[in-house]
Design a binder for this molecule. Structure first.
Ligand code: SF4
Length: 324
């Protein structure tokens, strides 16, 4: 059987990318991948002299690829500092593996690495929250995980003095987030979906987010880290199947398979037609601060405090065991 050739040389190809119609050998895939990330980071001026850039490194494929690329781009710049943080939500049989991978990557790249846990910050693990049906109510463990993780990442970023915080969000994540926010009618969340997001006028309690891999498909991040020797095993979070995002992922992937390029088209249309309108509408509106913890909030109390209160209330309402 004939192996398809790379579209740019005579070597055998290792990946075909339907949205561009090209096939790539190892060398040309890596070159295309690096060029695209470098260009996106430069075009959006993601870091500058004097920045301390936090790398939100879960240890999954996307955050590993983001960390490796940020190290390639800024690692040798004496005036930009890179520091990685990992959040340990307390998910048995899963998070321990990804933390190990994150630590190994930081050791290899010579990047300082900090781990912050739900247990230490909030006094509870995600597994314990997932068992508390009363506290969860109609929500999935992922809803609690996402809100509390974002809150803890932000607190950690402020404590460590970061001026920017890079995440591993990829093209698939962004396309899903756009659809999810539209389906939920959540324009406050929609406006945070750009290459850079955050309340620049609110630096004491929020660190600006940057997304270096926002135009890179998930599948290409996976190939990049495999070729660069970062990951050989795969672990899936036991709660992943319960998330709303999972349904949206299946839907978009199904359409992309039949009509290659829809994820890019969705992102480009959003950036061109929706994001500027949302930014205009929200500009000048002073962000609120949570009256309980001081973190940024869309209402009086931030979502993390609402969830932590629900957990506390559920604990207090539990019948005490006789004799204890
Ligand atoms: Fe958290 Fe859900 Fe992601 Fe698991 S799948 S890490 S519970 S958001």
């Amino acid at each position: 059987m004939d192996v398809p050739k790379c579209s740019f040389c005579k070597s055998e190809s290792m990946i075909r990318i339907p949205y561009s119609g090209h096939s790539f050998c190892r060398k040309h895939f890596l070159s295309m991948y690096r060029k695209r990330v470098r260009k996106y980071v430069a075009r959006n001026r993601m870091a500058a002299s004097g920045d301390v850039v936090g790398l939100a490194l879960s240890g999954g494929k996307d955050s590993l690829a983001m960390t490796a690329m940020m190290h390639e781009i800024f690692g040798k710049r004496p005036n930009v500092k890179l520091v990685a943080i990992t959040i340990d939500e307390g998910i048995r049989g899963y998070r321990r593996h990804t933390i190990r991978r994150a630590a190994a990557a930081c050791k290899r790249l010579g990047i300082k690495h900090h781990v912050f846990s739900f247990r230490e910050e909030f006094g509870i693990t995600l597994d314990e929250i997932a068992r508390d049906k009363k506290a969860l109510g109609e929500l999935t463990p992922c809803a609690f995980c996402g809100v509390l993780r974002r809150a803890l990442i932000n607190r950690a970023a402020i404590r460590l003095g970061f001026t920017k915080l890079a995440s591993g969000h990829n093209l698939d994540d962004e396309a899903q987030s756009i659809i999810m926010s539209l389906m939920r009618g959540n324009d406050e969340r929609l406006r945070r979906l750009g290459a850079k997001s955050g309340v620049a006028s609110f630096p004491e309690s929020f660190v600006q987010r940057i997304k270096p891999l926002r135009t890179t498909p998930e599948r290409e991040n996976m190939l990049f880290i495999l070729l660069e020797g970062f990951e050989k095993d795969h672990h899936e979070c036991p709660y992943a199947g319960l998330a709303f995002r999972n349904d949206v992922r299946k839907l978009i992937n199904h359409i992309e398979e039949r009509h290659a390029g829809v994820k890019y088209n969705l992102l480009n249309s959003f950036d061109r037609m929706i994001l500027p309108v949302l930014k205009r509408e929200w500009s000048g509106k002073a962000p609120k601060k949570c009256t309980k913890c001081g973190d940024p909030a869309s209402g009086e109390i931030c979502q993390a405090c609402v969830m932590l209160d629900a957990i506390k209330k559920s604990k207090n309402e539990r019948p005490s065991v006789k004799g204890k």
